[in-house]
Design a protein around this ligand. Structure first.
Ligand SMILES: NC(=O)c1ccc[n+]([C@@H]2O[C@H](COP(=O)([O-])OP(=O)(O)OC[C@H]3O[C@@H](n4cnc5c(N)ncnc54)[C@H](OP(=O)(O)O)[C@@H]3O)[C@@H](O)[C@H]2O)c1
Length: 256
C-alpha cells in the first residue's frame, strides 16, 4: 500500500486529505501538535478504511518537531502533503516578530526540509508526489502570511523545474495548492472576522482536496481550486502586486 504523510491532519484541509487518501487506500502518517486529537482521527480512519495509520505529534515551529518529521519522511513516503499552517492576528508591526518567525518556520522551513527529506526516496523509487498547501494570498501582497505563501508557490515551481531535468524523476511531481476561503478552523484560530465574506466564495475542504489530487495526476504545478479563484489568479497576473494587495485589504477579513 502507498503511504501518505500529512501535516496539519487534525482539522480542515489536512483532515480532508487524510479522509480522502484513506478512502483511496493509502496508509497514513498524520502529524499535528494535539496528540489526543490525532489518536482519535487515526482510530476512526484505521477502523473505517482498514488502513495502517501512524501518528506523529510534533510542533513544526520547533527544530525538534521538524527533525522528527524529517526522520519519518526520509524512511519513505509516496505522497507528502505539507499542509500545516495558521493565520495571524493583525498586520505587520502589530504582530510580534517572534510570531512572524514562527509562521516562517511552519510555512517555509518545515516545507523546505520535509520536501528535501522526501524527494531522494521518491526519485530512487521512480514515483511520488509532494503537495504544498499555499494560498490564493500568494497572488497578493498582504503581510508575512502572503509572503510565506508566495515562497511556497515559488519553491514548489522551482523544485518541479529541477526535477524535470532529471529523467529518473519523470514520475515525481511537486505541486502548490492555492485555495481561497475554505471553511475550516483557520479563521477562528486567528480571531479573524470573516462575516463579510459572501457564501459563494467559500470552498469546502473536500472540494480543495478533490481538485488538488486531480491536478496532481495531470501534472499541474499550481492548483487553484474553484472558478472565482482561478479568475483572481489570472487577474492578479495583469495588475501590479501593490494594487492587488490594496484591493484585497479593502474587501478582506478583519481581526476581532
Ligand atoms: N482555511 C482557509 O481559508 C485557507 C485558505 C488558503 C490556504 N489555507 C492554508 O491551508 C492550510 C491548512 O489550513 P486549514 O484552513 O485547514 O486550518 P485549520 O483548520 O486551522 O487546521 C490547521 C492544522 O494545522 C495544524 N497545525 C497548526 N500549527 C501547527 C504546528 N506548529 N505544527 C504542527 N501542526 C500545526 C493544526 O493542528 P494542531 O493545532 O493540533 O497542531 C491543524 O491540524 C494552511 O497552510 C493554510 O495556510 C487555508
Amino acid at each position: 500500500m502507498p503511504t501518505a504523510f500529512i501535516t496539519g491532519a487534525t482539522a480542515g484541509i489536512g483532515a480532508a486529505f487524510a479522509r480522502r487518501l484513506a478512502s483511496d487506500g493509502f496508509d497514513l502518517v498524520l502529524l499535528a501538535r494535539d496528540g489526543k486529537r490525532l489518536a482519535g482521527i487515526a482510530d476512526e480512519l484505521g477502523t473505517t478504511y482498514r488502513i495502517g495509520v501512524e501518528v506523529l505529534p510534533a510542533d513544526l515551529s520547533t527544530d525538534e518537531g521538524i527533525s522528527a518529521a524529517e526522520q519519518r519522511v526520509a524512511q519513505g513516503v509516496d505522497l507528502l502533503v505539507n499542509n500545516a499552517g495558521f493565520g495571524h492576528q493583525g498586520v505587520f508591526l502589530d504582530v510580534p516578530v517572534e510570531d512572524e518567525i514562527t509562521m516562517l518556520r511552519v510555512h517555509c522551513e518545515a516545507v523546505l526540509r520535509l520536501t528535501s527529506a522526501a524527494l531522494p526516496g521518491m526519485i530512487e523509487r521512480g514515483r511520488g508526489g509532494v503537495i504544498n498547501v499555499a494560498s490564493v494570498a500568494a497572488f497578493l501582497a498582504r503581510g508575512t502570511y502572503s509572503a510565506s505563501k508566495i515562497w511556497v508557490v515559488g519553491f514548489s515551481q522551482s523544485v518541479m523545474q529541477d526535477l524535470a531535468r532529471r529523467p529518473e524523476a519523470r514520475n515525481v511531481y511537486v505541486m502548490a495548492v492555492c485555495p481561497g476561503w475554505v471553511r475550516t478552523e483557520f479563521h477562528e484560530r486567528a480571531h479573524m472576522d470573516v462575516s463579510n465574506i459572501p457564501d459563494r466564495l467559500w470552498l469546502s475542504p473536500d472540494r480543495v482536496v478533490d481538485e488538488a489530487l486531480r491536478d496532481l495526476r495531470r501534472g499541474v504545478q499550481v492548483s487553484v481550486p474553484g472558478l472565482p479563484y482561478k479568475a483572481v489568479a489570472a487577474l492578479t497576473r495583469l495588475v501590479p502586486r501593490s494594487l492587488s494587495g490594496r484591493l484585497s485589504s479593502r474587501v478582506g477579513r478583519s481581526y476581532t
